[in-house]
Design a protein around this ligand. Structure first.
Ligand code: PT1
Length: 288
């Protein structure tokens, strides 16, 4: 379909369903963190969270990404008990009312395990299985697809002084090493999604180069995911005075570039707008 980036085929879920990769999939963000009112909403009440998930599904979301630990620049880690308390009721409630594939955004093996038991289907680990030595085992045991995201440092410190000799090359080496790690734990190559980690220990120029050169991650034959939605690099360009609500146009521009390059999964706040963009791009390309 596209001559550039990514994978066709499918991602197999633990319940034997699959995600078809013949078009760009939209992952809607459902944050259950106290600092998230401007970043996907503040959804502590399971009822409200389900409501919001259903809205995103109605707008065409293919996956709902549920996370209880913020990973924005400067954010502090959350205790496991607190994280479990935030995400489990929401996962259960979303699963009770829909069959939508759910990803759990966590770096903790125990949180991933409990989330999968509660009805989640995919592990989204911003540390790419480095934070918790048990995470690979959990993924292998449950045969859950895993998102391996690149991050330089930790959320608390990652934006203090990020530096690369060659950003793309270093991220590629990182993916090679992490895919090898997965292989050692018996995680099937077809279950691995890679994500270069926009905003995670990256300067503006690094973020832009990653999006410009998404094709350079096609060599792994893994589905490629990207999260640019409402991130601060957009404000650095548009000078929108750091108001995330003003980042929608910039977010959509970056999404369209990624769609043109054949990105497999986009992680976004603005599901309706992104789904429309995908449809229009496909129509223009003659693939819709
Ligand atoms: C992402 C992602 C994620 N982003 C995956 N998971 C966040 N796989 C959480 C900023 O610069 O891109 N991929 N989970 C959110 N993290 C950030 C990072 C939010 C940076 C905001 C910024 O504003």
């Amino acid at each position: 379909m596209n001559e550039t980036t990514t994978q066709t085929g499918r991602i197999l879920l633990p319940d034997d369903r699959y995600l078809n990769l013949d078009r760009t999939l939209v992952m809607g963000i459902l944050n259950v963190t106290p600092d998230s009112f401007s970043d996907g909403g503040m959804f502590f009440e399971p009822d409200q969270a389900v409501q919001y998930a259903l809205e995103m599904i109605a707008q065409g979301a293919d996956i709902i990404d549920i996370g209880g630990e913020s990973s924005r620049p400067g954010s502090e880690p959350v205790e496991m008990e607190e994280e479990l308390k935030r995400v489990l009721p929401v996962i259960r409630a979303v699963r009770e009312s829909t069959r939508i594939p759910i990803s759990i955004d966590t770096t903790k093996g125990e949180v991933a395990r409990e989330a999968l038991r509660a009805g989640a289907n995919i592990i989204n680990d911003i540390s790419a299985l480095r934070s918790d030595p048990e995470m690979a085992e959990v993924a292998a045991t449950y045969k859950a697809p895993v998102v391996l995201m690149h991050m330089l440092g930790t959320p608390r410190t990652m934006q203090l002084e990020p530096r690369y000799q060659d950003c793309i090359k270093e991220i590629r080496q990182f993916f090679s090493e992490r895919i090898h790690h997965c292989h050692n734990y018996g995680i099937d190559k077809a279950q691995i999604i890679i994500d270069p980690g926009i905003g995670f220990g990256k300067r503006l120029e690094d973020n832009l180069e990653i999006i410009r050169r998404l094709e350079d991650f096609a060599m792994f034959d893994c589905p490629l995911m990207l999260g640019t939605s409402r991130k601060s690099f957009i404000s650095m360009i548009t000078k929108d005075k750091q108001n995330p609500e003003n980042r929608i146009g910039g977010s959509l521009a970056s999404a369209v570039l990624a769609i043109l390059k054949g990105i497999n999964i986009l992680r976004v706040h603005d599901v309706a707008a992104t789904v429309e963009a995908i449809k229009v791009v496909r129509a223009i390309e003659g693939t819709g």
